[in-house]
Design a protein around this ligand. Structure first.
Ligand code: PLP
Length: 522
């Protein structure tokens, strides 16, 4: 495809995207396909010679679009939202144009230098403590691909911090049967020497989170072969039990284990429970444990001053790291997790790796000498697991500028207001359209824009059936369940809405998460 063809098809696709967003409501939110639908429709082997783009795009519309779940649909209420916006899409398009692999400064100075600026802006929007801003010189932020990666990276950094703390403490080394070292000595050890010293510690290290925390925390521990304790949550609030956490840590210490990482959540996946971050910080400080906070969904609401107390904002100043997903609820297309640490050196200690081909140099005229740039700009490849990095800060920058702080707050407030109104309406329902008596109850303490509710007096099976009928109202088995006498014609088609089940106190709930920019009150 040459530049002129790109221009032609690019315009065509931008038109297609604009039309798609204008007409989203005409699609069913969930696709009507069976598992395995695609392979029989496509050739088993790639074409030997290139195909015309018209044909490729026609096949996209014919075969791919029918199998798409429309996350941006106004009736998408499943999981958490996965926001997009036009400014973010355009930013991503330009990132695709530049297509840099920005692992160090010279690989793309703008890519390296825009990122801390956007993370500092975001930290200001969220009202984070100054220690997380790059100007502190100690802490800072980085974009990770997902909250899962952020939790993993925090866990790796926490483990390294703990190992270094033990190796450089005479009493701790004695306790663990290891010769003590000064920090300077540790820094001069080869990676292999550190690993040999740390080996007896690694098998005794343990991390903690709530049973209500997202599965990615457990996965992080799985990936780096660490023990993890899933600590009980309180029955009524689903917040992690601080007493149970302390009891577990004491038991582990008594068995010679080494607690090093605890993850609290602001906005758990199931019921959007907000852990007691202040209580967790007390525990973390007492036992010398790294406290990471996963704010994947609810963290975006820190932008609005009125939600901050409920989100434990003040206590966030005491955590070692924090992650929020603008790709969930802040209008930035997937993938974009903003991740801050109080001490970037912890990441560098754990993840730095050097080769001659990574050294960034600036060629200075007129004598063409080369000056190293290290220390003057971030080496973001050492803040993450992969080497390569996309220019993701562009879409974040575009979004913050196009909406402004007030626009972003408005986006969050609108969904919280929709959820509040819907909660009120649902609680007022007394009969079905067919006149049968009915009553709904809410799980206590709605947080932000997610509702968990049940039909009073109905069992779990009933609620699973309701979800099925809401998601697939036009499926044959669900047509049969319609009020008698209703013909099943095209006019009679009902609009699916995509909601899911949740769990509250062991019972199935209907869980509705409101967060699409396209969703309106009706
Ligand atoms: N944390 C919480 C609370 C979540 O709900 C989710 C996903 O929904 C995640 C983490 C994982 O997010 P990501 O897909 O960015 O890894």
């Amino acid at each position: 495809m040459n530049a002129e063809e790109f221009r032609k098809y690019g315009h065509q696709i931008v038109d297609y995207i604009a039309d798609y967003y204008s007409n989203l409501e005409r699609f069913d939110v969930l696709p009507d396909v069976e598992p395995g639908y695609l392979a029989p429709l496509l050739p088993a082997s790639p074409p030997t010679t290139g195909e015309p783009f018209d044909q490729i795009f026609a096949d996209f519309q014919k075969y791919i679009m029918p199998g798409v779940t429309h996350w941006q649909h106004p009736q998408f209420f499943a999981f958490f939202p996965g926001n997009s916006s036009f400014p973010a899409m355009l930013g991503d398009m330009l990132s695709g144009m530049i297509s840099c692999v920005g692992f160090n400064w010279i690989a793309s100075p703008a890519c390296t230098e825009l990122e801390p600026i956007t993370l500092d802006w975001m930290a200001q929007i969220m009202g984070l403590a100054p220690k997380f801003l790059s100007e502190s010189g100690v802490g800072g932020g980085v974009i990770q691909g997902s909250a899962s990666e952020a939790s993993l990276v925090a866990m790796i950094a926490a483990r390294e911090r703990k190992i270094r703390a033990i190796l450089s403490s005479e009493s701790l080394c004695a306790q663990h049967g290891i010769p003590p070292h000064t920090l300077e000595e540790i820094n001069n050890l080869s990676e292999e020497q550190v690993q040999v010293l740390a080996a007896p510690l690694l098998s005794r290290m343990v991390c903690y989170t709530s049973v209500q925390a997202h599965s990615s925390i457990q996965k992080a521990a799985q990936v780096i072969s660490m023990r993890i304790r899933l600590v009980d949550a309180c029955e009524d609030t689903h917040r992690v039990s601080i007493a149970a956490l302390i009891a577990q840590i004491e038991t582990d210490l008594a068995e010679g284990l080494i607690p090093f990482y605890v993850c609290g959540t602001i906005g758990t996946t199931n019921t959007v429970a907000i852990d007691d971050i202040g209580g967790l910080a007390d525990v973390a400080e007492k036992y010398g444990i790294w406290l990471h906070v996963d704010g994947a969904y609810a963290g975006s609401a820190l932008a609005c001053e009125e939600f901050r107390d409920g989100l434990q904002h003040a206590a966030l100043a005491r955590v070692q790291s924090l992650a929020i997903n603008p790709h969930k609820w802040m209008l930035v297309n997937f993938d974009c997790t903003v991740f801050w640490v109080e001490r970037k050196q912890d990441l560098l200690n754990a993840l730095s790796i050097e080769r001659h081909y990574y050294s960034a140099v600036k060629r200075t005229s007129p004598n063409h000498s080369q000056a190293p740039v290290s220390g003057r700009v971030e080496e973001y490849r050492n803040w993450q697991i992969p080497l390569g990095r996309r220019f993701r800060s562009l879409k974040l920058w575009f979004t913050m500028r196009a909406y402004g702080v007030e626009g972003l707050k408005q986006h969050i407030r609108r969904h919280v207001e929709l959820a509040r109104g819907l909660e009120e309406d649902l609680l007022a329902v007394r009969q079905t359209p067919a006149g049968l008596p009915v009553q709904l109850e809410m799980a206590p303490g709605r947080t932000l824009s997610v509702l968990n509710f049940r039909f009073v007096g109905q069992d779990d099976q009933f609620h699973l059936g309701v979800v099925n009928r809401l998601c697939y109202p036009n499926a044959q088995e669900n047509q049969a369940a319609r009020p008698a006498g209703k013909a099943s014609t095209e006019d009679d088609r009902q609009d699916p809405i995509y909601i899911m089940t949740g769990r509250f106190n062991g019972q199935v709930t209907l869980r509705m998460s409101i967060g699409s920019p396209q969703t309106q009150k009706h």
